[in-house]
Design a binder for this molecule. Structure first.
Ligand code: SAM
Length: 322
């Protein structure tokens, strides 16, 4: 019965993701206490559900996705009708006097763009708003937006320091945005007293070595953060019938030496069996083209309909649509 109601209501699972990097010595984790972060997220209209502090990162589960705080970088990911740009000023104030070296904003195509609050109804409005916000940050150059060409679009906006940045360690982020989940797979994410979603879905097996912090929403929905040394993973699911959506992200894994990229993607797809999905690989310093041996994809049953490569101020993004 409630499934019917949820179908009518729907939930905008597609996330807005903001990543801000800072100059050396930012010590963000020390400055951005949980209390400070909760205050900074208030205007965004999301709250902290739980947190886990590990050696290299503070990982927060939010009412609408996740936040990861590293010493020199923060990633905020929110969905629903949240207004993510409203946390920028607070983060910059807290990190001061260290300066922002890059701002990266990515999101998929909303299921209901018309229901988003301003400026999130369109990429043009978001870009204009972000440009205004970064005007106050010295030395940042706004990049041309990347918009992919088909219905399952991916949007990338950003601004990068024009100054030489220190030779930093490359960090790779992989994001998957999945729509039209298999009904049986999605049904696991409706709360039952007899099982927890992490075990029942198979999510636990994707990163067996990670320390997980997961939350089963009522009557449905799921969020998970995983931390493994410097690397993090995060999964979010809105299983509502008719608008089912799941996202997957890993940040900081070394696919040259550790986990096998194609295996991870295959496992994620087996967990959700989406009708369609997008996949992006972002490298903070390397100009990737997607033909690197560690990123080759062989996904039986899925055909790539689009691939795009975008070189950013520092690094690059590769986008695939399946
Ligand atoms: C887990 S949250 C995160 C969504 C994520 N961005 C995704 O992949 O869809 C969204 C799911 O939890 C459900 N939910 C239940 N209570 C919620 C709450 N208080 N705030 C946000 N979502 C809630 C929503 O209906 C939806 O199915």
């Amino acid at each position: 019965m409630y499934r019917k109601a949820l179908k009518m209501e729907g939930f905008e699972g597609v996330e807005k993701r903001l990543e801000m990097a800072f100059s050396t010595g930012a010590r963000l984790r020390q400055k951005l206490t949980e209390e400070a972060l909760a205050g900074i997220l208030e205007p965004v209209e999301c709250y902290i559900i739980s947190s886990k502090s590990e050696e290299h990162v503070d990982a927060y589960l939010l009412s609408t996705s996740s936040c990861f705080v590293h010493d020199d970088r923060i990633i905020v990911k929110t969905c629903g009708k949240t207004t993510i740009f409203k946390c920028m000023a607070g983060i910059i104030r807290t990190a001061s006097p260290q300066v922002v070296t890059s701002v990266l904003y990515t999101r998929g195509e909303f299921i209901w763009p018309e229901k988003q609050p301003s400026p999130h109804k369109s990429l043009a409005d978001e870009n204009a708003h972000l440009k205004e916000l970064v005007k106050s940050i010295p030395g940042l150059k706004v990049m041309d937006p990347l918009v992919t060409g088909n219905e399952n679009m991916w949007h990338v906006l950003g601004a990068f320091s024009t100054a030489e940045v220190k030779a930093e360690e490359d960090v790779v982020t992989v994001e998957m945005s999945m729509k039209g989940l298999d009904t049986e797979k999605a049904s696991v994410f409706f709360k039952k007293t007899s099982s927890n979603m992490t075990e029942a879905s198979g999510v636990k097996c994707i990163f067996p070595g990670a320390k997980l912090d997961a939350y089963d929403f009522e009557p449905c929905g799921y969020s998970m953060n995983g931390v493994e040394g410097k690397a993090v993973s995060t999964i979010h699911v809105a299983p509502e019938v008719g608008s089912s959506f799941a996202s997957f992200e890993v940040f900081g894994y070394d696919f040259k030496r550790g986990k096998k990229f194609n295996e991870v993607v295959t496992q994620v797809l087996a967990t959700f069996k989406p009708k369609k999905f997008t996949l992006t690989i972002h490298s903070t310093t390397v100009r990737l083209n997607g033909n690197e041996p560690e990123f080759l994809l062989d996904l039986g049953g899925y055909t790539c309909s689009e691939k795009k490569v975008k070189h950013l101020g520092h690094g690059s993004i590769i986008y695939y649509c399946f």
